[in-house]
Design a protein around this ligand. Structure first.
Ligand SMILES: Nc1ncnc2c1ncn2[C@@H]1O[C@H](COP(=O)(O)OP(=O)(O)O)[C@@H](O)[C@H]1O
Ligand SMILES: [Mg+2]
Length: 258
């Protein structure tokens, strides 16, 4: 089926040059993303897990168009990411960060931040912004307030509203709940699922919390040293992981939760 996959990478590679230091004259590269091929099906949630430094954020930034890559291909629908204009891409993919402060300008009221993102659409801007805030469970008086006036969970809701304002089809969420209280983590994850139903979104959600991730993901990819070392249906990965590294990741959450 054409367009069965809304996002796809083929043999994607990205290296960072390590800093030169006193002890080495050579600059050795860090392979942050190493030959990664992923396929996100339209309407699916793909979870990505793996320890810190395994390349998750680098991969997320590349497929969001925020970071260049060295080789390989990225497709959104059937068109190469490189062939999208910035504006076109903003209507396809939006990224949500761990710290919602980084996606919200502290000097802009929430109303201004959201209406800026919908400026291009011919609708009453504040009416539309209020409607989007409502979708993420925030009251109309949010419009006049500033980021610092909200809790972490509320700020993440606002960051999601701002991302939704461009009417994207894909949301890439990088550790979206890691900085939040445990009590609100599930609420934000559930918000993602609600929005998926009402807006027909597709997601890539990155988290080191495999329990949370498996509750929302159709498929899970495990990353280690820039590579996807295991990929499969959520339940399959959780119930019978094949790779020893995945097995260790899962047994470590079992130990913590005892
Ligand atoms: N801008 C950068 N410059 C140099 N090295 C980087 C940069 N961004 C990431 N890296 C390195 O790339 C690897 C993967 O990082 P990252 O994608 O942030 O992993 P993760 O999100 O899984 O923690 C790490 O070794 C990290 O130090
Ligand atoms: Mg990261």
């Amino acid at each position: 089926m054409l367009n069965d996959f809304i996002l796809k990478t083929v043999n994607l590679n990205k290296s960072f040059r390590a800093e030169k230091n006193f002890f080495s004259s050579k600059t050795s590269g860090i392979k942050a993303v190493d030959n990664v091929s992923i396929k996100l099906k339209n309407g699916d949630v793909m979870g990505i897990a793996g320890e810190s430094g395994s390349g998750k954020t680098t991969l997320a930034k590349i497929v969001s168009g925020l970071l260049d890559y060295d080789s390989g291909e990225v497709f959104i629908n059937d068109r190469e990411l490189k062939n999208y204009s910035r504006y076109e891409l903003s209507k396809k993919v939006q990224m949500i960060f761990q710290d919602p402060f980084s996606s919200l300008n502290p000097k802009l009221s929430i109303g201004t931040a959201i209406t800026e993102a919908i400026k291009t659409q011919n609708q009453n801007l504040s009416e539309k912004a209020i409607e989007i805030l409502n979708m993420v469970g925030m009251a109309p008086d949010t419009m006049q307030k500033y980021p610092h006036q909200f809790s972490g969970g509320q700020r993440q809701r606002i960051a999601i509203a701002r991302a939704l304002a461009s009417k994207p089809e894909i949301i890439i969420a990088d550790e979206p709940v890691s900085s939040l209280d445990i009590s609100v983590q599930a609420q934000i994850m559930n918000l993602f699922l609600d929005l998926k139903k009402t807006l027909g979104l597709s997601y890539i959600i990155i988290s080191h919390d495999l329990n949370l991730l498996s509750a929302v993901s159709d498929n899970i990819a495990i990353m280690q040293n820039g590579k996807i070392i295991e990929y499969g249906q959520s339940e399959k990965i959780m119930d019978s992981p094949e790779n020893p590294y995945t097995q260790r990741l899962i047994s470590s959450i079992l130990t913590i939760n005892v």
